[in-house]
Write a protein that binds this ligand. Sequence first.
Ligand SMILES: Nc1ncnc2c1ncn2[C@@H]1O[C@H](COP(=O)(O)OP(=O)(O)OP(=O)(O)O)[C@@H](O)[C@H]1O
Ligand SMILES: [Mg+2]
Length: 291
Amino acid sequence: MALLEVEGIDVSYGSVQALRNVSLQVSAGERVALLGANGAGKTTTLRAISGLLAPTKGSIRFADAEIGGLPAHAVVGHGIAHGPEGRALFPTLSVEENLRFGFLPRRKTDPGKFAEQLEEVYEFFPRLFERRKQAAGTMSGGEQQMLVMARALMSAPKLLIMDELSLGLAPKIVSLLFEIIRSVNERGTAVLIVEQFVHMALANTDRAYVLAKGEVVLDGASKRLADSEELLASYLGGEAAPEPDVPKQSRRRPDARKRTATQPDDPSAPRDARQRRNGSTAGRSKKASKR
Ligand SMILES: Nc1ncnc2c1ncn2[C@@H]1O[C@H](COP(=O)(O)OP(=O)(O)OP(=O)(O)O)[C@@H](O)[C@H]1O
Ligand SMILES: [Mg+2]
């Protein structure tokens, strides 16, 4: 039995149904990516898992317990920590004070363990140790994302969930974050990540699920998906799906693989494809400026 088992969940915002019959699994020690275009339902899925939204149908089981619909503080207690979209740090508090919030769920069960846990987290993030007295809001975007991950790890989770890991960050920092995720995972924490750079997500995970319009449309080994035409099609809302009556050999577009592996905002990607992959460029830039 998998560590996390999401089974057929629906989630709505009022009358707007955002997820339909979504199922996914994460096994102990696994790294899984959740991919999909803007508005596909990735954040909604993560928020349902971590108790910020209640599904109207289906179940979410974690380590054999039903957690669907539990409040977020109870879900953390079960061993799921969520680094949210938009980071949500306390900007005027220091790095160490922010990390203290991450330990709150354990203050009663492990009262003497704060210093030990802090030391372990600083081993993953020496940069945060150097900056432990600095106000979180004055740090670089990459450092703030490290702090989001570090704060989540303070609860010693069995599953770490990260939304929009690389948003707004330089490729070098993103690689560093993935390296840290690898070390965290090697120490036994399962990971579920939402990541806009598809090829990086697939290169750094074991399996992936692809959402489109609130439904899982594709899943499988990350290595296999990296070569898949269907992945591109799901990002383009089905526009790239092959014509049913065309022989398979001639359907294969010679550049499909390259374009699948291209970063969504890579300036070398065809402009048209970039726009459609991001929903619309206006949507992405509006969102980026919101943060
Ligand atoms: N608070 C909300 N109220 C109403 N609808 C919402 C709300 N939040 C999200 N939605 C809708 O639910 C759908 C899924 O949104 P979600 O934020 O989960 O997408 P996403 O895959 O995370 O997108 P992005 O890549 O832009 O972060 C979208 O159609 C969105 O407009
Ligand atoms: Mg999102």
